[in-house]
Design a protein around this ligand. Structure first.
Ligand code: NAD
Ligand code: TYD
Length: 339
């Protein structure tokens, strides 16, 4: 099979590319990535020389470019990870989120329609469901939970999901969607909670916790997410949505304290800062459908996954130190100074 993986130089896409290239030597993996601030060729370095891997730089929202790529490659499968993915950035500047996440998805779907495809898979997020209250631990997101978004990021992802379902129904594009909870693991960009806290703790810098740190996220080790997507693409019926999550709920404060404990650093580094506007309280996935229909279960427990992740950041300092020494400094100043 020829598989186009968009956004493969990012966190989850990068982990997915590694998994595909190593698991399926008979498949051809073509990574299409614009290399925004979040894309990093160093993430792809372990697969660059593999005969079944190819990298193409480009924008999923660039219609002529995407059509030409489809004409050249004739892909059997397209898996769309490419997105602007950070809620805080979407609050600062929503425009690029509409451009990449909505228009870009539309261009990919049009290309699938024009050239034909065996499967289009949209990598979506549990954030399209909005949030759950802290005092109702009995509630979970199912695939039937109405879309109810809070941030420009989640609104753009929900819009893309609606487009995918519309193209499935109207044009019979053989599409699927997965909605996963928060991921953590290697190659995670250090603007997100877990890698940011690891990097700051290692540099003895304050750990900025929004509000009271009581918001709850449902953490999944990135490799478990990648294996779930692989299963959906190869085994599921078309037109289906699958939630992915491992019942691993933690408050932000619990996560931050775990990182500090693992690194032997003091909790005095924790600094409470002004909350994120519109901050979602709790995400919690019900993964019953993907377990029942496809037999998927997460393999990595949070206590093991967080240890592996911290060890990866210790062993790969140059990967994240390169990032935080560049343009990221300006971002950090802008987002966290005087907060
Ligand atoms: P990321 O920000 O780390 O990576 C995004 C990648 O997409 C980067 O390599 C970037 O260069 C590329 N990209 C951005 N705009 C592009 C464009 N216009 N054309 C081509 N490439 C472009 O994101 P991530 O955390 O790896 O998330 C990947 C996908 O998974 C996203 O669709 C996100 O919404 C979804 N998701 C993420 C999480 C999470 O916890 N990180 C959870 C659930 C779902
Ligand atoms: P994040 O990693 O941005 O993922 P998302 O907002 O998509 O869930 O944030 C995870 C949680 O951590 C979220 O509740 C916001 C919080 N947070 C902080 O408290 N401090 C930070 O510096 C960051 C980046 C996030």
């Amino acid at each position: 099979m020829k598989i186009i993986v968009t956004g493969g130089a990012g966190f989850i896409g990068g982990n997915f590319v590694h998994l595909m290239v190593n698991t399926y030597p008979e498949d051809q993996i073509i990574c299409l990535d614009k290399l925004t601030y979040a894309g990093n060729m160093e993430t792809l370095q372990p697969v660059m020389d593999k005969p079944n891997f190819q990298f193409v730089k480009g924008d999923i929202a660039d219609r002529p470019f995407v059509y030409q790529l489809f004409e050249d490659v004739k892909p059997d499968v397209v898996i769309n990870f490419a997105a602007e993915s950070h809620v805080d950035r979407s609050i600062e500047d929503p425009g690029i989120f509409l451009q990449t996440n909505v228009i870009g998805t539309g261009v990919l779907l049009d290309a699938c329609r024009k050239y034909g495809i065996q499967r289009y898979h949209q990598v979506s997020t549990d954030e399209v469901y909005g949030d759950l209250p802290l005092d109702r631990p009995d509630l979970f997101f199912t695939e039937e939970t109405p879309l109810h978004t809070s941030s420009p990021y989640s609104a753009s992802k929900a819009s893309a999901d609606l487009l995918v379902m519309a193209y499935y129904r109207t044009f019979k594009i053989p599409a699927t969607i997965s909605r996963c909870s928060n991921n953590y693991g290697p190659y995670h960009f250090p603007e997100k909670l877990i890698p940011l806290m690891i990097a700051n703790a290692l540099n003895d810098k304050p750990l900025p916790v929004y509000g009271k740190g009581e918001n709850v996220r449902d953490w999944l080790y990135v490799e478990d997410h990648c294996k779930a997507i692989d299963l959906i693409v190869r085994k599921s019926r078309v037109g289906e949505v699958y939630n992915i999550g491992g019942h691993n709920e933690r408050t932000n404060l619990e996560v931050v304290k775990t990182v500090l404990r693992e690194l032997g650093k003091s909790e005095d580094l924790i600094t409470y800062v002004t909350d994120r506007p519109g901050h979602d309280m709790r995400y919690a996935i019900d993964p019953t459908k993907i377990h029942r229909e496809l037999g998927w279960l997460p393999e990595t427990k949070f206590d093991d996954g967080i240890k592996k992740t911290i060890q990866w950041y210790l062993d790969n300092k140059s990967w994240w130190e390169n990032i935080i020494s560049g343009e990221y400094q300006n971002y950090y100043e802008k987002m966290y100074a005087n907060r």
